[in-house]
Write a protein that binds this ligand. Structure first.
Ligand SMILES: NC(=O)c1ccc[n+]([C@@H]2O[C@H](COP(=O)([O-])OP(=O)(O)OC[C@H]3O[C@@H](n4cnc5c(N)ncnc54)[C@H](OP(=O)(O)O)[C@@H]3O)[C@@H](O)[C@H]2O)c1
Length: 299
């Protein structure tokens, strides 16, 4: 597995394991330890969480596994996120979902994540969604405090536009190490709105969420999904691989050094995902997917 350098003496595995759907996998703590060991064995050592996953429960379920197998902590890089405030039974006073990038919320959220994950440090903390009310100076102050306290080693963002990224970066002493964004054959926005060019320019590797469009590519009955699926099926035959592998190869062809986050809880699918890094698509194959997605030829 290729390792991608994000900062001095700090790397991610090229493929990352996403834990958003952890509760759907219905694993006992022992089964979860085995699952984590299996993907680590495949070289997938970077793990993506968020405070809100599973209605605020996924981090604690993972923390239980780390309690059972504390040796795993040294073998992984833990990513988690903050700033979304969900309407939830856990916060009955909240009337509406919203974002909160105040220093008080960031600091409290990290303390809760550390407790839930059963760890004393987070490798990378991401702001989950851009907040129109974000005061970049205040966020920078919170990040400094967290780093000085040894609670968080590196920082990044998710779903940020280039301007939002630059604003926050302009107030920080350290470099934002990633922008976690959606990119797949059903949603190519980041390749068209300057997001990927901006990251390539700054040598920041993006983490890519929902590479398989959350599984919609396999079953959705829409004109776009049907076109994309037909084209992927043809290319899969040409390169002798599965559709999912062609999609990962298509994502990996982007020159901005993308790091796909795998959403599956099925270890066989994780293995085939990892093996897709050996598949090299031609530019023409890449553009056939582009045409299928857009429903028209390039201008
Ligand atoms: N920053 C953000 O705003 C944000 C947003 C969303 C997600 N994320 C992160 O990105 C990670 C990945 O997102 P995602 O879960 O949407 O990824 P995804 O890979 O696009 O979708 C995963 C889903 O597709 C299904 N799937 C995979 N291969 C399949 C196949 N061959 N046939 C049919 N279904 C298949 C999986 O089911 P099985 O489990 O049965 O394989 C799973 O339900 C998340 O875990 C989370 O860490 C971040």
């Amino acid at each position: 597995m290729r390792r991608i350098q994000l900062a001095d003496n700090f790397t991610f595995s090229q493929f990352i394991q996403g834990y958003w759907r952890l509760l759907d996998w219905d694993l006992t703590p022992v089964q979860l330890v085995n699952f984590a060991k299996q993907h680590i064995e495949l070289g997938v050592t970077t793990i993506d969480h968020a405070d809100i996953y599973g209605d605020y429960e996924c981090e604690a379920v993972f923390g239980q596994a780390l309690k059972l197998a504390p040796e795993l902590r040294q073998q992984i890089e833990l990513v988690t996120k903050c700033d979304i405030k969900l309407v939830s039974d856990k916060n009955p006073q909240r009337q509406i979902g919203h974002y909160d990038t105040s220093a008080a919320h960031i600091l409290a959220s990290v303390d809760a994540s550390l407790t839930n994950l059963n760890t004393d440090y987070i490798d990378v903390l991401l702001l989950h969604r851009p907040d129109p009310l974000m005061n970049a100076d205040e966020v920078a102050e919170a990040f400094n405090q967290l780093q000085q306290a040894g609670k968080v080693r590196h920082f990044g963002v998710s779903n940020f536009t280039p301007m939002q990224f630059d604003l926050l970066q302009s107030r920080l002493t350290g470099k934002l190490v990633t922008n976690q964004v959606e990119f797949n054959p059903m949603n190519m926005q980041c390749s068209a709105d300057g997001t990927f060019e901006h990251l390539q320019m700054h040598k920041v590797a993006p983490m890519i969420w929902s590479c398989l469009a959350g599984g919609r590519i396999f079953g959705e009955d829409s004109a776009q999904a049907n076109r994309v699926r037909a084209t992927l099926t043809q290319i899969a035959e040409e390169v002798g691989a599965g559709i999912d592998q062609v999609i990962y190869a298509w994502v990996l062809k982007m020159p901005c050094n993308p790091l796909p986050i795998i959403g599956s809880g099925n270890i066989k699918r994780i293995q085939t995902a990892v093996e897709s890094s050996a598949i090299k698509l031609t530019n023409e194959q890449w553009f056939r997917v582009w045409v299928a997605s857009n429903g028209h030829n390039v201008p």
